[in-house]
Unconditional design. Structure first.
Length: 62
């Protein structure tokens, strides 16, 4: 994933307390503060499942 574009949430602010995500057929997730430490890679389908679950959970807290 060396040529991949990594994106950081605009909600993270200036302190880098967040993760970065690289989207594609395989999705990469890495710690913004430790970019060289490696990344977690999952299928796009698995990433969609994570996002769907987060959306469900955030809806239940309203």
């Amino acid at each position: 994933m060396s040529s991949t574009v990594w994106r950081k949430s605009s909600y993270s602010g200036a302190n880098d307390n967040c993760v970065e995500v690289a989207l594609g057929p395989v999705v990469g997730v890495r710690d913004t503060k430790a970019r060289r430490a490696g990344q977690l890679t999952v299928s796009a389908r698995a990433w969609r499942s994570v996002l769907d679950r987060l959306a469900q959970d955030s809806g239940s807290h309203r």
